[in-house]
Design a protein around this ligand. Structure first.
Ligand SMILES: Cc1ncc(COP(=O)(O)O)c(C=O)c1O
Length: 453
């Protein structure tokens, strides 16, 4: 394709006009937007992605183009409304376009969206202090970026710098992100195998929830002289399908990591800020990790922002002798920090963790009823709070349920390391009315799928 500067100018002008127009486009414009979006994805972004999604593919609606949303509902460009049972993979905890978060970000946007990099940027400090106040234990220092995977990369680096060791232990089916370091910790072949060699140090995977296996691996590493910098788990495995470990897992892993002098890293990228019905996933077991990573909901569904939090002692090599040991130019800028400050404020002010625990119990009870009623298609229902996995007997049934729901205006999706799982992960601010409506439609979808097999 040849360069076409005048086309780029004309095309971006047209889209900027659409972006600036707050109203829903008329039907002709909407159709044009759908065609353009479809073509742009197919020709310039990712053709296969268009056709691969669980919910929309079978429903034959893979050209649905989202346009605007509020709370737990959003609209496509044709004005069709959807109940959001997916919450942007856990990023939309505070709902679509949360007023208080938008207001904070807008105000900061008008003042200054990005820092000079040389003077003190006040909001970075505020966010670090707030995280120090609300994280478990003594995690007084934070480093900021935009995505979850960057927070995990930073956690890997901090653990290596502090311990002087290189190996890590992680869980089978774990999900920690897809850049090379975090991908090494991820526990599913599909994403690792095509890349061959990943992180230079060793990574050992053990079954999630098996504290004996963690201990055995640490014992072996000690015997053969492999230094383990850290042991990393999600408190509740998200992409594996909302898998809750046995109750003694986290407390035992905490004790074992102390015994073997290695760091315990909690990946709270998905579970953090109330998603599982407690402020942090590790709060279910009163465990204080050495390093905690958070992202997704931290940006309030408005800005990408992530953080890795740790103790002063462990953070020291990030400050001395070289405070530029680990940096990113755009990560943790003022706009991102304003969103995170507002998202923490909203989480605490409305006690979203408590609300989430109650809504989660309510949904779980109904889903367990569906599991009994449609026992020919359900294998299990797992999770805590509003991180719920419905495990069907085959991936195909999962697809059918997701697409049947999509046809009924409810959006769900699969999980990245478990093919037959369909998650329910709505914004934490979803109302009981919306939950009931979504569950009624789920009942209809399940009935349709159960009859069809
Ligand atoms: C537990 C966990 N860690 C890390 C990540 C990676 O985050 P991101 O997609 O923002 O890079 C995810 C994303 O799903 C996650 O669930």
């Amino acid at each position: 394709m040849t360069r076409n500067i005048s086309n780029a100018l004309e095309y971006s002008n047209k889209w900027l006009d659409l972006i600036k127009d707050p109203s829903l486009p008329d039907q002709d414009t909407a159709k044009w937007i759908i065609d353009e979006s479809k073509n742009n994805f197919a020709e310039h972004f990712n053709r296969n992605w268009l056709e691969y999604r669980k919910s929309v593919t079978e429903a034959g609606q893979w050209a649905a183009v989202e346009w605007t949303g509020k709370g737990a509902k959003f609209q496509d460009v044709m004005g069709r409304e959807y109940i959001d049972f997916l919450g942007g993979y856990g990023m939309m905890s505070h709902g679509w376009a949360n007023d208080e978060i938008i207001e904070a970000v807008k105000s900061q946007l008008m003042r200054t969206p990005m820092p000079s990099q040389e003077l003190i940027d006040p909001l970075r400090g505020v966010l670090a202090k707030l995280l120090s106040d609300i994280t478990p234990g003594n995690l007084t220092y934070s480093w900021f970026a935009a995505s979850g995977t960057e927070a995990i990369e930073a956690a890997i680096k901090i653990a290596k710098l502090y311990t002087g060791k290189s190996a890590f232990i992680a869980g089978v089916k774990a999900f920690h992100g897809k850049t090379m370091g975090s991908l090494s910790l991820l526990g599913k072949a599909d994403y690792r195998q095509p890349l061959g060699t990943l992180y230079g140090g060793q990574v050992f995977h053990v079954p999630f929830g098996d504290a004996d296996a963690v201990e055995k691996q640490l014992e072996i590493c000690e015997k053969v002289g492999i230094g383990v910098a850290g042991v990393i788990f999600e408190p509740i495995q998200g992409e594996a399908g909302a898998i809750v470990p046995p109750d003694d897992f986290w407390p035992r892993v905490r004790a074992i990591t102390r015994k073997y002098n290695t760091l315990l890293i909690a990946d709270e990228v998905q579970t953090g800020l109330g998603r599982t019905g407690k402020l942090w996933g590790v709060d279910h077991w009163n465990v204080e990790p050495d390093i905690l990573a958070v992202a997704k909901a931290l940006g309030g569904g408005v800005m990408p922002v992530s953080a890795v939090c740790t103790t002063e002692e462990i953070f020291r090599p990030m400050m001395y002798p070289n405070p530029f040991m680990h940096t990113t130019t755009t990560g943790g800028g003022a706009l991102a920090c304003s969103a995170a400050i507002a998202s923490i404020n909203v989480t605490l002010k409305y006690d979203l963790p408590r609300q989430t625990a109650e809504k989660g119990d309510y949904i779980m009870e109904k889903l367990l009823g569906f599991k009994e009623q449609y026992s020919n298609i359900y294998k299990d229902v797992t999770g805590k709070g509003l991180l719920i996995g419905q495990h069907f007997t085959t991936p195909e049934i999962g697809y059918k349920v997701a697409s049947s729901l999509f046809k009924r205006g409810v959006v769900v999706a699969g999980t990245l390391t478990s093919a037959q799982t369909v998650r329910i992960e709505p914004p934490l601010v979803i109302t009981y009315e919306e939950i009931d409506e979504g569950l009624n439609r789920l009942n209809d979808a399940l009935s349709e799928v159960a009859k069809s097999i």
